[in-house]
Write a protein that binds this ligand. Structure first.
Ligand code: ATP
Ligand code: MG
Length: 235
């Protein structure tokens, strides 16, 4: 079991307008969560409630201002991906990008090539493998981000609204892949931030509702309130 306690994160508005005012933006305040292998955790809440900040902190993209972690965060294998991923080489092709990151993750070239082909087939982007990343549509960029996370294969996946603007079949493919993946991989943890409650129902075994940087509620699959009507109240 992993636990995070008293997690707080602040941002500071450094614009001249807020010079004489309190410029502290409280993104997360004394948030407590726990999770374990096999969990798929839906993260919901209104805009600005702290979903992305929470996922980025767990994914080591941001540092917390205060927190106590029950695990060594620097050693945790995580992969954060968001809907607007920019950390690719825009002048390299899709294949070159995926090969580059596979090497970074220490995957042997032959295994990496086979995995890249499989994922490209699953997501219908084989014909884009030799296209430069810069030329891809935003939906394809998301698919490639997702592909890269699958290649890395960490313990904790952090998906931040990755299905926005994906076409129907790609959305379903991601859901389908994650459902199969979850069944086979009990030693993984998924965080799934989304405003699409049907995705949460399909994928998650528990949901945390964030309000103003705190966990307002945790709802477990199997409880009466684990339904879209209740979730929508918090969006
Ligand atoms: N880099 C930043 N600089 C300043 N403030 C930030 C930054 N990132 C987030 N914030 C602020 O922190 C709070 C939480 O933002 P966060 O992006 O985590 O919300 P969210 O729940 O992911 O929202 P959304 O549904 O719009 O994606 C907001 O008030 C936001 O304005
Ligand atoms: Mg967000």
């Amino acid at each position: 079991m992993y636990t995070i306690k008293n997690l707080s994160k602040y941002f500071y508005d450094e614009s001249w307008r807020s010079f004489f005012k309190n410029n502290k933006i409280v993104a997360l305040k004394n948030l407590d969560i726990d999770f374990k292998y096999g969990d798929s955790i839906g993260v919901i809440g209104k805009n600005g409630s702290g979903k992305s900040t929470l996922l980025k902190i767990i994914g080591n993209i941001l540092l917390a201002d205060e927190a106590s972690f029950s695990f060594d965060k620097n050693k945790a294998q995580t992969s954060y991906i968001s809907g607007n991923e920019r950390s690719f080489f825009w002048r390299l092709t899709v294949r070159e990008n995926l090969e580059f990151f596979s090497t970074m993750y220490g995957i042997n070239k032959r295994v990496a090539d086979a995995q890249i082909m499989k994922i490209a087939n699953d997501f219908n982007f084989t014909e884009f493998l030799d296209i430069k990343f810069v030329f891809l549509s935003s939906g394809f960029k998301k698919k490639i981000s997702f592909a890269r996370a699958l290649l890395k294969n960490p313990d904790i996946f952090l998906f931040d609204e990755i299905t926005n603007s994906l076409d129907f079949s790609s959305k379903n493919k991601i859901k389908e892949l994650l459902t199969v993946f979850k069944k086979n991989q009990s030693r993984k943890i998924l965080f799934w931030a989304s405003h699409d409650t049907s995705e949460i129902i399909a994928l998650c075994n528990k949901v945390i509702v964030l309000e103003k940087g705190k966990v307002a509620r945790t709802i477990y699959k199997g409880e009466d309130d684990f339904n879209e009507k209740i979730f929508n109240q918090y969006l």
